[in-house]
Design a protein around this ligand. Structure first.
Ligand SMILES: Nc1ncnc2c1ncn2[C@@H]1O[C@H](COP(=O)(O)OP(=O)(O)OP(=O)(O)O)[C@@H](O)[C@H]1O
Ligand SMILES: [Mg+2]
Length: 312
């Protein structure tokens, strides 16, 4: 089987029953995904969900335990060299060479792709400028701040002008300005038709950049769709929040159950889902300040599906 056409979209990455075990631990459990050429596909999930394990298999860094991966138009195992040539990878953990300078790191990396020296020099300077690292060109890696290293990792992932870019939490630890530089580049790559697989804990990042997102939990894909789809499916577009105090808590929860409402307790609040008007909440609380209506976000979906908040 080859990754073929679906409507006018072309599947560029496809996994079937993809599984990764570490001893008895199933880190990735029977995952079936299809990623379309040119889209930005977001992978969300709490710590330990299996995101990095999945990404490492897709980028041919870590062997599969079972299942299959098709990339471009064939089995990854049989043409991993061709895939690697068009793949950009920004790993979660910094694997820059600490003994080399910023510039040398990029030039060394460019050699893996057989990029001619002049062109490698030109591209290195371009990505350094893009992520505002040109004045750090001759610094050793150990002299860089954490955010500078991460910017360099992203810059390095672009050196071979990849057709598929896989980024594992690329903006973690970046200041807002640096984060926007990365976001801006990811949007620009869309116009060049580059497929992006983005693993993130940042809800705004997922909502802003991703055409579709998958929520992963305990090795499995819990749900997949556009942010808007997932929001309307799991929580509804608006959420009502009630502040809970300990005396009222039992009474309010009982009452919500009696009224057949879809709700969840989140810390010292209760969230009520799929409720357009507040009519069914009449008489529930003694003062209107305890009741608030707000727009639902992907974070609400995340919490519903995994029982965890994105920041955890
Ligand atoms: N090399 C390894 N050996 C043993 N267990 C591993 C290894 N790598 C990952 N795991 C385990 O696999 C599970 C999934 O880890 P993974 O790093 O894929 O999660 P993640 O979703 O990327 O989490 P995070 O958000 O913290 O980066 C975890 O329970 C982890 O402890
Ligand atoms: Mg990870």
């Amino acid at each position: 089987m080859t990754a073929g056409e679906k409507g006018f979209l072309v599947t560029i990455i496809k996994t079937r029953n993809l599984t990764k075990k570490f001893g008895d631990l199933v880190a990735v459990d029977d995952v079936n995904l299809e990623i379309e050429e040119g889209e930005c596909f977001g992978l969300l999930g709490p710590n330990g969900a299996g995101k990095t394990s999945l990404i490492r298999m897709i980028t041919a860094v870590s062997p599969l335990t079972s299942g299959d991966i098709w990339m471009l138009d064939g089995d990854l195992r049989s043409h991993s060299q061709q895939v690697k040539a068009v793949l950009g990878v920004v790993p979660q953990l910094d694997n820059l060479d600490p003994d080399l300078t910023v510039f040398q790191n990029l030039m060394t990396f460019a050699r893996y792709f057989d990029i001619p020296k002049r062109e490698a020099h030109r591209r290195s300077m371009e990505v350094l400028r893009l992520f505002q690292l040109e004045d750090r060109c001759n610094s050793r890696i150990r002299e860089l701040s954490g955010g500078m290293r991460r910017r360099l990792l992203v810059a390095r992932g672009l050196i071979n002008l990849p057709r598929i870019l896989v980024l594992d939490e690329p903006t973690i630890g970046l200041d807002p300005q640096a984060k926007y530089l990365v976001w801006h580049k990811l949007v620009e790559l869309k116009s060049q038709g580059v497929t992006r697989l983005l693993c993130t804990q940042n809800m705004e990042e997922a909502t802003t950049l991703c055409d579709r997102v998958a929520v992963m939990h305990q090795g499995k894909i819990m749900s997949l769709g556009t942010a808007a789809d997932l929001i309307s499916r799991y929580v509804g577009n608006k959420i009502w929040e009630i502040e809970l105090n300990s005396e009222e808590k039992g009474k309010i929860v009982n009452e919500l159950e009696n009224r057949g409402l879809d709700f969840e307790i989140v810390g010292d609040k209760v969230h009520i889902f799929h409720l357009e008007s507040g009519e069914s909440l009449n008489g529930l609380v003694d003062s209107p300040e305890k009741l608030r209506r707000r727009s639902a976000t992907l974070e609400d979906v995340f919490f519903r599906l995994t029982g965890r908040s994105l920041a955890e």
